[in-house]
Design a protein around this ligand. Sequence first.
Ligand code: 5GP
Ligand code: ZN
Length: 297
Amino acid sequence: MYKRQAVNALVFLYLEVAGSSEDAYFMYTKGAMLKAAVMEDGEYYRLLTAMFMHFGISHLVNNMIVLFALGDNLERALGHVKYLILYLFSGIGANWISMMIGNKDPMVVSAGASGAIFGVIGGLFYAVAVNKGRLEDLQTKQLAVMIVLSLYMGLTSSGVDNADCIFCKIANGEIPSATIYEDEDFRVILDLGPASRGHALILPKEHFKDVCELDEKVAARVLPLAAKIGAAMKEALGCAGFNLVQNNGAEAGQTVFHFHVHVIPRYAGGPEMVTWEPGKMASEELAETAARIEAAL
Ligand code: 5GP
Ligand code: ZN
């Protein structure tokens, strides 16, 4: 019964000794869930490893108390092996489902035994149903109260998901980059996969997912900074002009979910980019589209 708690606690101790369980980037390096790493780099082991990792002592303690309160009866009812299979299957399954459904930010690091706990709850319902409303000394009503209390504790515990991203690390100097400009609010770096020579990214040091989240101070500074970078590119690189590109949302081509502006130098005779085929729209359709957007403002 206590083996899973022991494994979770030992993993936690190790993480605290080796680094900090509240540092999302460190947790990522040790096997926490990161949608982008699983989907793009095929790091499927994270679905399993993340379920034994917790962010901070309260996250660990909450989950372990819940597991203790709910899992004890069920483990006796099912036997150790079936219980273990249920535990692992639920943990991996929950990580998989939370990765696949919804609009989960691919750069959010997450971990914890919560998925396994949901499986244990499902198992409890099953065991009680099979045993005609009872499990050992437990009645359905008592069980329901326990589950509600446990979930409340689990869901109110802090740090279940911990946001972090590569551009936060780069902007704040924790990961080295080819920096061309830095002040208290911004770092401007060269893109690792440049569209042209000198392609730069303006990164705010504070994390904003996209332009809709930007605070006013940062927003007010971005365009003047982009203009300054573009002018310097013309002078230093001899580009004829430059594009500002800024993607919001995966469908719009955003791949790193930390607001950034691309400053892309454009050289005479260079390849075409940032282009589209102009479509056609009837004037009623134009008017209707305009009215819809206007109404939402
Ligand atoms: P997005 O498609 O999200 O607007 O642009 C993300 C850009 O960030 C891409 O152009 C990509 O090449 C760049 N990028 C992604 N990871 C890194 C990194 O670790 N370092 C640097 N310098 N650029 C990166
Ligand atoms: Zn960030």
